[in-house]
Design a protein around this ligand. Structure first.
Ligand code: ATP
Length: 500
């Protein structure tokens, strides 16, 4: 399960086991220190050549007044080692504390979240015994840009940003992952029947880049039915690539379906830095009791070892872990019919250590290959195309307005048109209400008023927009914001109103 497809060159060119690879390690909160100690003990016993650089992040840092939960010195370590093994942390309740995970991912450009979701039936009970999928989730954009505004009394907005570089990086990562892991199929999950421009771009990039991987089967699912199929027929999926929010949701569904949240690890891969962590939280309910399952963090550490080109050690640990599970030695969260001995965190780690060098009997043994040393990337991750010819052909003016009917508002705004721009339509929550709206349409206090030039061929200037804005504001309307309507190389760069 290599995750090191797009890793930074220095890390890859380091010798496999010759020198110790510095790794930044955060012990985290709750069960974090217990599972990290267990994980590092196994790595050490297996002969992993890593030099641990501990940093402090999480609850204590937050409570000491750092709203991001991470000290400036920790960034220095991360930027130096470029590899981060992170235990779960607790974000104190209350506003004012920023999500550490989001901060780390975005600051370090960790654009790909890779989460293998595997069933271990019959040793871990699950309704879905044949599940072996990898979810590759875009990690930096979509609705997670955190650009939210309250615009009117009744309306709040969150901006969904999907970028071409973001799509290209994640889609290429997914195909490269599939190719290097011998996976047969990549499924793209989007909602491009509704979000034709944003999700449409994601899918278009999937088609374009997918064409470079003829040996890999491609398919597309609308996210709603795709999520339903994951829940009912997970065995039909191999690698899934999807934007941030959908990925967040389906990766938790898929992990839960494998039988325990304590089992899955994940990698967050960037161009320069990679972070490895368990998918579960800090589990304060069981912290300090020595009963937590260290498997999620251990399997994340296995991904990390492949990333730092210690594939043999990674396979040795993974196989010993599979054998431990098969032998029925399990932590309390996995307890079931096949459990022969219920053990705590440290004893579980010892059981894995005792089996280093053994292979599983029932599960297929795992083998890994070191990722190729990339000193110079064959193709850059993203090549910026020549800019398109962009022309403004209109403007959407958003108003906060109460008390007017759509027709009253429409007639008032019509009178405010200029020689360059005239009112074309008004929508409320995207539905056309003027001209010719239906009285049944429910209207909020948030109106999108579209002013356009006479034809797509008549381009307008920012000055024309300013004229419209001054007419509208001088007439007493409350303008919330504007969006320019543009064409790019003659193609419309904006959606039509519903009912337009
Ligand atoms: P967070 O918001 O940080 O994700 P949470 O409480 O919602 O926290 P978890 O911390 O993942 O979610 O815990 C969910 C449940 O799973 C808890 O009952 C917890 O005890 C259990 N759990 C989580 N991780 C483990 C683990 N490694 N071993 C055993 N049980 C675990």
């Amino acid at each position: 399960m290599s995750t090191d497809l797009l890793a930074h060159p220095e890390q890859q060119s380091r010798g496999a086991a010759a020198t110790k690879v510095p790794v930044t390690v955060a012990y985290g909160d709750g069960i974090g220190p217990e599972i990290m100690e267990a994980t590092l003990a196994i790595l050490d016993a297996a002969g992993a050549q890593i030099a641990v650089e501990p940093i402090e992040i999480g609850e204590r840092v937050y409570l000491a007044g750092n709203s991001a939960g991470i000290e400036p010195s920790a960034w220095d370590s991360l930027r130096r080692t470029k590899v981060f093994l992170k235990a779960p942390i607790t974000t104190p309740s209350g506003s004012g504390y920023k999500s550490l995970n989001v901060t780390v991912r975005k600051t370090l450009g960790l654009y790909a979240n890779v989460r293998p979701c595997v069933s271990y039936a019959p040793y871990v009970s699950t309704l879905h015994p044949k599940m072996d999928m990898v979810i590759v989730r875009e990690n930096e954009e979509d609705l997670y840009a955190g650009i939210e505004h309250r615009q009117t009394d009744e309306v709040f907005q969150c901006l969904k940003l999907i970028t071409r570089p973001g799509c290209e990086k994640i889609v290429r990562y997914a195909f490269e992952y599939a190719r290097s892991h011998g996976r047969k199929k990549v499924t793209c999950m989007v909602k491009d029947n509704i979000m034709k421009m944003t999700d449409g771009l994601f899918y278009q990039v999937f088609e374009d880049i997918g064409a470079e991987y003829p040996e890999i089967q491609k398919e597309r699912y609308i996210i709603d039915i795709g999520a339903a199929r994951i829940a009912t027929k997970p065995e039909r999926f191999d690698v899934i690539v999807t934007p941030n929010l959908y990925g967040d949701i389906i990766s938790d569904i898929a992990a839960e379906m494998t039988g325990s949240v304590g089992l899955a690890g994940s990698a967050n891969i960037g161009e320069h830095v990679a972070m490895f962590e368990a998918i579960h939280g800090s589990a304060p309910d069981i912290a300090g009791r020595g009963v937590a399952n260290p498997s999620g963090l251990l399997l994340a550490a296995v991904m990390m070892l492949v990333h730092v080109r210690q594939a043999d050690v990674a396979a040795k640990i993974h196989n010993a872990w599979l054998r431990t599970i098969e032998d029925g030695i399990q932590t309390a969260d996995l307890q079931g019919e096949r459990t022969t001995k219920t053990v705590g965190t440290a004893s579980f780690a010892q059981a894995v250590i005792d089996r280093l060098g053994s292979k599983p009997n029932v599960f297929a043994a795992v083998s890994y290959v070191n990722p190729a040393v990339v000193t110079k990337r064959e193709k850059p991750l993203y090549v910026r195309a020549a800019p398109a010819k962009k022309h403004i052909v209109g403007v959407d003016v958003f108003l906060h307005n109460t008390g007017s009917t759509p027709d009253e508002l429409g007639n008032a705004l019509k009178a405010l048109g200029t020689h360059a721009l005239s009112l074309q339509m008004i929508t409320n929550r995207g539905v056309k209400v003027f001209p010719g709206g239906f009285p049944e349409t429910f209207c909020t206090d948030h109106w999108r008023c579209r002013f356009v030039s006479a034809s797509d061929k008549d381009f307008i200037s920012h000055r024309d927009i300013i004229s419209i804005l001054s007419n509208v504001t001088e007439a007493g309307f409350d303008v919330i914001k504007t969006e320019n309507l543009c064409t790019f190389d003659g193609e419309r760069g904006f959606a039509l109103g519903q009912g337009q």
